[in-house]
Design a protein around this ligand. Structure first.
Ligand SMILES: [Zn+2]
Ligand SMILES: [Zn+2]
Length: 397
């Protein structure tokens, strides 16, 4: 059963926008994951609060919510947890929201307190129709990261080919900067096309073909960019990737996409994270697992070994009578959590090494060993049918 949004924020149904903003700010700070590391309940609450604010701070959504309840607003924004879980999620949204919140900085979005308009509002209305020019398109690039880079976070410098503003004409497309209104659309940038169908007449609104939607015609075209105001160029972009990102996560760099023709606002640059599989470790959330083969005598008698971690080799004690499939934990050598400063753990899955080629002498030794009743399986009944991580927890709890 989903909680009432007003209840979540602790405000009345007649609360003003300011009251909602205030209540939200207080709760968001209180339940912020950075202040409640590894606290699932706080995280859930934080999501609820964000979801409630997203709806109640938006006049249109609030009206629909008042009228139809959760069904009226789809309730899709954060309910599935997808925003913070794996798969495609815009990290930038999460982080820009957080940063704005803690620096108390002015949001680029304008009216909202922490830039949430920008965060949740989606792309459509963000740039709107600019006063001049045609908006540039978004760019998407893939960024391959190793597990080591993901474990601690990394700063990358990327070379990107994209449309950049023409230097000759300052992006205007005109040598002298002179323009005139487009005759076809009379400066509106749009044309209406009526079409008759058996259901009646429909009017389509489309970008004007003469001016490309700009509303202006360039006089005295710039010869360098042929009047477009943009040219293909290469730029370097610095990206700071936080620790704990997953395959498919992406960062949005606002305004770093293609420049817009004739002075239009630039699009965004989406940096999609691609995790390169590690040859030694497999990843399970923020934990990593390493498989280690140990000889039968070492398993029985116990030993000390060196195992690789994401931070270099560390010493590990294999206790006497360690069973195959045992998970030994090396705390704090996993992946850094996306939020907060702590890290996951490394698990070492211990397996018995069974040699393939043995000398005659070794075989004789084993035959000798076999004669001892102490090493043959007794009537142990293995009741252990638990899962992977449950087993590990039992061992260390
Ligand atoms: Zn036109
Ligand atoms: Zn130019």
């Amino acid at each position: 059963m989903k909680k009432e949004y007003y209840e979540v924020l602790g405000v009345s149904r007649t609360a003003t926008k300011d009251e909602i903003k205030k209540a939200y700010r207080k709760l968001a700070l209180q339940f912020h994951p950075d202040k409640n590391p590894d606290n699932k309940a706080a995280e859930e609450h934080f999501k609820e609060v964000n979801e409630a604010y997203e709806v109640l701070s938006n006049d249109d959504k609030r009206r629909r919510y008042d009228q139809f309840g959760h069904a009226g607003v789809g309730s899709s924004a954060a309910s599935g947890g997808g925003q913070y879980g794996g798969g495609a999620s815009d990290l930038n949204d999460i982080f820009s929201a957080f940063n704005d919140m803690f620096t108390g900085g002015k949001s680029r979005g304008g009216g909202s307190p922490f830039g949430f308009e920008e965060v949740f509002g989606g792309g459509g209305s963000r740039r709107g129709r600019p006063s001049s020019g045609i908006p540039g398109t978004d760019l998407k690039i893939r960024l391959k990261l190793t597990l080591e880079e993901i474990a601690k976070g990394v700063e990358k410098t990327l070379k990107i080919k994209k449309q950049i503003s023409c230097l000759e004409c300052n992006g205007s497309g005109s040598k002298s900067g002179a323009t005139e209104n487009c005759q076809t659309c009379h400066g509106t940038g749009e044309v209406r096309q009526a079409s008759k169908t058996m259901f009646g007449q429909f009017v389509n609104i489309a970008a004007c073909p003469t001016c490309g939607g700009d509303g202006r015609i360039i006089k005295d075209r710039c010869t360098s960019c042929y009047g477009e105001g943009i040219k293909l160029g290469e730029v370097t972009v610095k990206v700071t990737v936080p620790s704990g990102v997953e395959d498919g996560n992406y960062l949005t760099l606002r305004g770093q996409g293609n420049a817009g023709p004739r002075g239009g606002a630039a699009g965004d640059l989406l940096v999609v994270i691609e995790e390169v599989p590690h040859e030694l470790f497999s990843r399970h959330g923020d934990d990593v697992v390493y498989s280690l083969a140990v000889s039968f005598p070492d398993l029985v008698l116990g030993t000390k070994v060196e195992v690789p971690t994401l931070d270099g080799a560390v010493k590990l004690t294999i206790p006497p009578s360690t069973q195959p499939e045992t998970m030994l934990r090396i705390a704090g050598h996993g992946i850094g959590h996306l939020r907060g400063s702590s890290r996951g753990d490394q698990y070492v899955k211990v397996n018995v090494y069974v040699p393939k080629d043995l000398s005659h002498q070794d075989k004789e030794l084993l035959k000798e060993m076999k004669k001892s009743s102490g090493i043959s399986p007794m009537a142990h009944n293995d009741k252990d049918s638990k899962g992977f991580f449950e087993k590990a927890r039992d061992i260390f709890s």
